[in-house]
Design a protein around this ligand. Structure first.
Ligand SMILES: Nc1ncnc2c1ncn2[C@@H]1O[C@H](COP(=O)(O)OP(=O)(O)OP(=O)(O)O)[C@@H](O)[C@H]1O
Ligand SMILES: [Mg+2]
Length: 246
């Protein structure tokens, strides 16, 4: 056997940035536009957005009111389709999928946290967290186990059977976070998650996001609040429907 560097096997590609490389990008928006209305009254809510979110990263989207943050979030969250441009979620081209396919992706691949929690009032904490797993078709015992695990992770192991009106705002938001992560999404999206919380509770929720980030979760949060944005690794600034470069 020769001591020289072995030749690369015929079927292995040279290291390069070509498509053979493992793609670690969770979100890739390419020249995405979103327009509302037509003719003279057309609003260009997104006017050619390029952005990437790497797997495992923690990003904040910030910018003035009307700059397109929620519109971008709705596209990233597969709640809405771009008017034009490309969107790859975890490597899959999702810009032109139909409603059923988008709903499946939202359930399986994405977790959502909103300003107003959006818990079902007649269900307990654990039942609220079980809900997305019903749609995902998991077995009963596994649903229960995973719901308890997720609620434990957000510090609510002792509140499993409380209904939303028996929980504080911060606790309700933590139930919502447990619900968002229970299907093990590739991306956690939060639109003003602390907008309805006081400063102490805001810190608690941000600490949970930090924990999730440390355990590998990819997070994108839309916020007006500097102290929320400061927790993220990168801030993506929007202005007039575009991402401000550099
Ligand atoms: N459904 C809609 N129909 C028409 N125009 C819309 C619609 N949704 C958003 N817009 C417009 O698109 C632009 C961007 O709105 P968007 O809600 O994305 O802003 P935002 O950055 O989230 O603002 P805020 O900080 O106030 O939440 C605004 O000019 C808004 O009026
Ligand atoms: Mg908004």
């Amino acid at each position: 056997m020769s001591p020289s560097v072995p030749a690369r096997p015929a079927n292995s590609a040279a290291p390069s940035s070509s498509s053979t490389a493992v793609d670690t990008t969770t979100v890739r928006l390419e020249n995405v536009t979103k327009s509302y209305g037509s003719g003279d009254t057309t609003v260009h809510a997104l006017a050619g957005v390029n952005l990437t979110v790497e797997a495992g990263s923690y990003s904040a989207i910030m910018g003035a009111s009307g700059s397109g943050k929620s519109t971008a979030m709705n596209v990233i969250g597969c709640l809405d389709r771009p008017t034009s441009g490309r969107y790859y979620l975890d490597g899959q081209d999702v810009a032109t999928l139909d409603d059923d396919a988008l709903a499946r992706i939202r359930n399986r691949n994405l977790g959502f946290v909103f300003q107003q929690f959006h818990l079902l009032p007649q269900l307990t904490a654990v039942e609220n967290v079980i809900l997305p797993m019903l749609y995902a078709g998991l077995e009963k015992q596994e649903r229960r186990d995973r719901a308890v695990e997720a609620l434990t992770k957000v510090g609510l192991a002792d509140r499993l059977n409380n209904k939303p009106n028996q929980l504080s705002g911060g606790q309700q938001q933590r139930v919502a976070i447990a619900r968002a992560i229970v299907n093990r999404p590739v991306l956690l999206l939060a639109d003003e998650p602390t907008g309805a919380l006081d400063s102490q509770t805001t810190k608690e929720v941000l600490n949970i996001f930090d924990d999730l980030h440390r355990s590998g979760m990819t997070i994108v949060v839309v916020t007006h609040e500097d102290d929320v944005g400061a927790r993220a690794e990168q801030i993506i600034w929007f202005r007039d429907g575009k991402v401000i470069e550099g």
